[in-house]
Design a protein around this ligand. Structure first.
Ligand code: PRP
Ligand code: URA
Ligand code: MG
Length: 213
């Protein structure tokens, strides 16, 4: 499992404000949106492209175009929804599928309550959006599902990751039909607390985006 931590002063600045307990929901949503666009710029460095001939007003030339099928973007509800607009701003032609997953507060095991993904993902590059990679249970289940459906290149974009979760993904997702699996994140924090929250973290991302329900 390749992990890329995006080391950029603007990312660090926005993430620090996001962590601040005084940051309200509207600001949290805006910063999440801005951060995702910065992370997506790095995460899409290996997006699949092909040469294409284009005529400028002066001459034909060989340019670059996204190949088809275009990538699939998969926000994990609820918190991942806060990352969707920032991602599709960079990849407007991407298709969007949805996974609803919630972690049980006691067992920390994820349960899938919505699956609106294509059944056949053969040949598709996928970008999974979820702000928090804590124990790694949610992301492991999501990545497994995408590979089972045929995806061969999946990049998870997270705002924050815990070392424990990255370790779990590395240990549990070793051989996935030869698929390339990557995590791109703004930071790897210190550890999880006894309730499975990332420390220092930013709290409950879903609640901070949308309020507790
Ligand atoms: O790595 P894990 O230990 O699995 O935890 C991470 C998951 O927990 C959060 O979602 P949550 O279950 O709170 O759902 P929500 O987005 O609806 O708030 C977060 O957005 C991840 O999906
Ligand atoms: O710190 C954490 C861990 C899981 N989910 C969150 O929203 N925050
Ligand atoms: Mg939550």
């Amino acid at each position: 499992m390749e992990t890329l931590v995006v080391d950029h002063p603007l990312v660090a600045h926005k993430l620090t404000t996001l962590r601040d307990v005084r940051t309200d929901s509207p600001t949290f949503r805006r910063l999440t949106d801005e951060l995702v666009t910065l992370l997506a710029y790095e995460a899409t460095r290996d997006v699949r492209v092909a040469d294409v001939t284009v005529e400028t007003p002066l001459t034909p030339m060989t340019g670059t175009q996204l190949t088809r099928p275009t990538p699939l973007v998969v926000p994990i509800l609820r918190a991942g929804l806060g990352m969707l607009d920032g991602m599709t701003r960079l990849l407007p032609t991407a298709k969007v599928g949805f996974l609803g997953m919630a972690r049980d507060e006691e067992t920390l095991r994820p349960a899938t309550y919505a699956d609106r993904l294509p059944n056949d993902l053969s040949g598709r590059q996928c970008y999974v959006l979820d702000p928090m990679l804590a124990t790694g249970g949610t992301l492991a289940a999501a990545l497994r599902l995408l590979v089972e459906r045929g995806a061969d290149h999946v990049t998870a974009i997270c705002l924050l990751a815990a070392p424990e979760g990255l370790q779990t993904l590395t240990e549990n997702l070793g051989e996935q039909n030869g698929a390339t699996l990557r995590v791109v994140t703004a930071a790897v924090d210190e550890r999880l607390n006894d309730k499975g929250f990332i420390l220092p973290g930013l709290g409950d991302a879903g609640d901070r985006l949308y309020g507790s329900v």
